[in-house]
Structure formats: structure tokens, C-alpha cells
Design a protein around this ligand. Structure first.
Ligand code: PGA
Length: 220
């Protein structure tokens, strides 16, 4: 059985109350076998502390990830959250998501700086690429292949293509683990995770609903 990463990217969703409700429904996780599955929840910074407490309270073996990291250290960078602050709560950080590339104009240079900052603070990077054309900085070991046409559209990439891209990324950059992301659901998840070069999934919309996310974990 290969090891799988199952990552929930909540994006800009959930108040504290909504995050609380998500965890309150989580009893079923306890009976699931998660032996080969690393579950990582990436909430907004505003609920990070609470999510950390909830995972403890409900004894869930989930790790936490941030959705972004400052390219700078602590200091006069209004609105930024730096690696030292993130490290208090999380072990992972998403860098290079296409929504940040598009909406926040994050380019290769800034993304490389973010990767360096993450490394400096001992955070594991989940580096997102839209295709083989995106450059992956050095020292990235976990990549998510997320074609833009598949994100939030209900139209995922074909598992065959996702597997072929994952294989190519591994060969080109010597990357250990490549995940697939884009319209993953409990129905299609195992068409991706059973393929040889795909080591898990990055889930957006379908992770917002606990039951659906729980089914994704089970079916992966
Ligand atoms: P989606 O988003 O699952 O809603 O398509 C995936 C992502 O953007 O990480």
C-alpha cells in the first residue's frame, strides 16, 4: 500500500463557528484506518489556532497547513503572515496555487522566495503547478499538479493525463511525491490515487463538507 497525502484546501472559507461545526461532525474519522494516509487541513489564518485546538480535542491525527506564507521575515510587512508565525500551528504551506498566481500576481521570483522562507522555518512546501510549463524551485519535494481548467469547475483532468504529468514532473525535477488537484470528489478520487505516479490529492470545494471529505479519505 503506498502512502497518500490527502490535503484539504479550505481557501477563503469558514468562520470559527463553521470550522467548529465541521469538526463536531468528525466522529467517524476515529474509526477509519488512516495508516497510509497523511491528512492535512489548510484553513484560513483566522481559524488556524482554533483548528489546531479542534484536532487535539477530537483526537484527529490531522496535520495543519497554511495557504500562503510571507516572502519576508517578521517586521513591517502589513498583512503578511511569516514563517515563524505559521510554524506555531502548521507543518505545511501551500505555495504557487494558481489562484494566488492569478489574483495576487505571484510570479516565479516571489514564489521562489516563499519556498526559501518556508524552508528556513522548517515548513514543508506543497508546491502547485498548472502544467509542465511552471518552473519548480529547488528543494521542493511535494508538488500538486492542478490544471486551471479543472479547479472548481466539476471537470477534472483525466486520470491518465494526470498520471502522465506526475510521472514527467518526477523525472524532470526528482520530486518524491506528486498530488493531483482539481474537482476531486469522493466518486473520482480513487481513479487518481490508484495510478502509479499519483501520491494523493489536493481537495478544494469537496473538503468543505465533512461527510464528503471523509468519503474522499475512505475511498482514496
Ligand atoms: P477544487 O480546488 O477541488 O475546488 O477544484 C482544488 C484546488 O484549487 O486546490
Amino acid at each position: 500500500m503506498k502512502n497518500l497525502f490527502i490535503i484539504a484546501n479550505w481557501k477563503s472559507n469558514k468562520t470559527t463557528q463553521e470550522a467548529k461545526e465541521w469538526f463536531e461532525k468528525s466522529l467517524e474519522f476515529r474509526v477509519q484506518s488512516l495508516e497510509n494516509k497523511e491528512i492535512i487541513i489548510c484553513p484560513s489564518f483566522t481559524v488556524m489556532s482554533q483548528v489546531k485546538q479542534f484536532t487535539k480535542h477530537y483526537q484527529l491525527p490531522f496535520k495543519l497547513g497554511a495557504q500562503d506564507i510571507s516572502a519576508f521575515d517578521e517586521g513591517s510587512y502589513t498583512g503578511d503572515v511569516n514563517g515563524k508565525q505559521i510554524k506555531e500551528f502548521a507543518e505545511y504551506v501551500i505555495v504557487g496555487h494558481s489562484e494566488r498566481r492569478n489574483n495576487n500576481k505571484e510570479d516565479d521570483l516571489i514564489l521562489e522566495k516563499k519556498v526559501l522562507k518556508a524552508k528556513e522555518y522548517g515548513l514543508n512546501v506543497i508546491y502547485c503547478v498548472r502544467s509542465m510549463d511552471d518552473i519548480i524551485p529547488k528543494n521542493v519535494f511535494l508538488v500538486a499538479y492542478e490544471p486551471v481548467f479543472a479547479i472548481g469547475t466539476g471537470t477534472p483532468d483525466t486520470p491518465e493525463n494526470a498520471d502522465a504529468v506526475s510521472k514527467e514532473l518526477k523525472q524532470k525535477y526528482h520530486i518524491k511525491n506528486v498530488l493531483y488537484g482539481g474537482s476531486v470528489t469522493s466518486t473520482n478520487v480513487n481513479s487518481f490515487t490508484t495510478l502509479p505516479h499519483i501520491d494523493g490529492v489536493l481537495v478544494g470545494k469537496a473538503s468543505l463538507n465533512l461527510l464528503e471529505f471523509s468519503n474522499i479519505i475512505q475511498n482514496a
